[in-house]
Design a protein around this ligand. Structure first.
Ligand SMILES: C[S@@+](CC[C@H](N)C(=O)[O-])C[C@H]1O[C@@H](n2cnc3c(N)ncnc32)[C@H](O)[C@@H]1O
Length: 270
């Protein structure tokens, strides 16, 4: 398993500089540096009032969403396994004089690495596809929460992740459930923010987790589902025919068959 984590971490370490430089504006770094909010329309609508909550932001990348949560009044700690991401997040926190703390480490070590219990665990957009063991992840989430605390998860929809753009069409390409020890490998030459900078560390390993596995794993870890939403929008253009829509979201063209592009859920520790 470590070889998969190591390859992914190398790729993430390299992507951080490209994402933080933000030549395409995808990450809206300037907006955050300017004191503004960058949460997209889905989570901005769904997370509710988080003022005063203690939040663990898992797979926080270089911290932009963590800062938006802090600016909504939360006490936030971000965790990511990329040293480059954590270094950039700490640098940005210092620049903006924000209090969010950042911890370097693998999600599977989060309980050991983060002090205390949390009102909310926040996980969004391109996070669980990097994790082999969804049941193990759910246990970690449960162990971080106070009784009555909750997970907010917003992610690409696993059904749609099974499709790939091939010769101008969206076609089935990946199995709907990826075995823990057999991730699918990808070798994208560039990262997803639209930059044409070539990656040296192209090889990454990913997993697709069906909705039932996610929800049943959370249930087994002592969380109950408060709500589940499916959306016809996503935070990045998974397929080349997707078009930019409101507030950081992308959609399929209106005259194209609509797919469930993402989902979000709230699960409460019992
Ligand atoms: C697409 S980003 C998540 C985006 C994030 N929600 C944000 O606020 O920008 C995925 C992140 O997951 C991190 N990551 C991937 N696998 C991980 C693991 N096993 N443990 C901790 N972090 C991981 C990567 O370093 C990367 O920063």
């Amino acid at each position: 398993m470590q070889e998969f984590f190591d390859a992914n971490r190398r790729s993430w370490d390299e992507r951080v500089a490209i994402h933080a430089e933000d030549e395409t504006g995808f990450y809206q770094v300037a907006k955050v540096l300017n004191g503004e909010d960058k949460l997209n329309a889905i989570e901005a609508r769904e997370i509710g009032d988080i003022a005063g909550l203690r939040i663990a932001h898992l797979q926080c990348h270089f911290g932009l969403d963590s800062f938006c949560l802090e600016r909504r009044g939360a006490d936030v700690v971000g965790l990511d396994f990329s040293p480059a991401a954590i270094a950039k997040a700490r640098e940005l926190a210092a620049t903006m004089q924000l209090k969010t703390r950042f911890v370097e480490g693998n999600v599977y070590d989060a309980r050991r690495l983060l002090d205390g219990d949390f009102d909310m665990v926040y996980v969004t957009w391109g996070a669980i596809n990097w994790l082999p063991d969804i049941a193990g992840w759910a246990k970690i989430v449960g162990s971080l929460l106070k009784p009555g605390g909750h997970l907010y998860l917003a992610e690409s929809h696993p059904t749609t992740l099974c499709f790939e753009w091939v010769d101008g069409k969206i076609v089935p390409h990946y199995d709907w459930r990826t075995p823990i020890d057999k991730p699918f490998a990808a070798d994208d030459p560039t990262t997803y923010n639209g930059s044409q900078k070539q990656l040296r560390n192209k090889r990454v390993y990913e997993w697709i987790h069906p909705l039932s596995d996610i929800i049943n794993s959370l249930k087994a870890a002592g969380l109950s589902l408060a709500w589940l939403h499916e959306h016809d929008a996503l935070t990045w253009d998974l397929f080349p025919n997707m078009v930019a829509s409101e507030n950081g979201l992308y959609r399929l063209p209106a005259d194209f068959p609509q797919l469930p592009l993402s989902f979000s859920l709230k699960a409460v520790k019992g």
